[in-house]
Design a protein around this ligand. Sequence first.
Ligand SMILES: [Zn+2]
Length: 238
Amino acid sequence: MQLLKNLFQVSGDLNGLTWAGKDAGFEDGNSYILETGQGLVMFDCGCGETFDQICQNMAYWNLDIDQVHACFLTHAHLDHAGAAHNLRERTVKLIAHPETAEAMSKGDERCCGYLYHKSFIPTTIDQTIKDNETIEILGYQIKALHLPGHTRGCTAYVFEHQDKTILISGDIIGTLLAGDFGWSGSIDFDRKLYIESLRRLAKIDTDIMLPGHGMAYFHKPRRRVEAVLNQALMQWRG
Ligand SMILES: [Zn+2]
């Protein structure tokens, strides 16, 4: 679906955009396409089984998968990064934080294949991006915020588009209607780091937040982050 001019969501089973074989849930994360005028940039890529559905969803909007120049990954979990190997076969440049890159190169429990009774296909990341680093691509400046906790490598991406500040938040904060945490079961989950990440993100104003699951937030996303920070401080200390 189109979220803004030249900005699309192309996967996500909670939204009914893709279908990984079970009732809508958390099998397939949200992925997004930014149309720059010079080519496409992707953020996350779904679990892998839905790759053909993503291509079909893109085709509906006249977006050609072969025009994707790069895919920025928010973290290594299968529901977000499982199709990375499909993209790499098509010579799409994969970009991620070094911790995510390391996990994906191994494809081990940090990628959570076991959670879905599937195997994560190990995939090499082409370019790593560190905290506060900006990568210029197709005329856009994409800035990384390393916000570990849900996983060690969790990274959000910020860029300007249509006079709005867009935040691709992955699973850093909640994914449904109300503010909530990302899943806390990951083998590299870390509560203390998570709280520090929420404190940091709660100080950053953006206009539109595009999460890893569920619905995009078009109104004061910072308030959602503040609500989750409040929950974390209440529940995760002591
Ligand atoms: Zn996750």
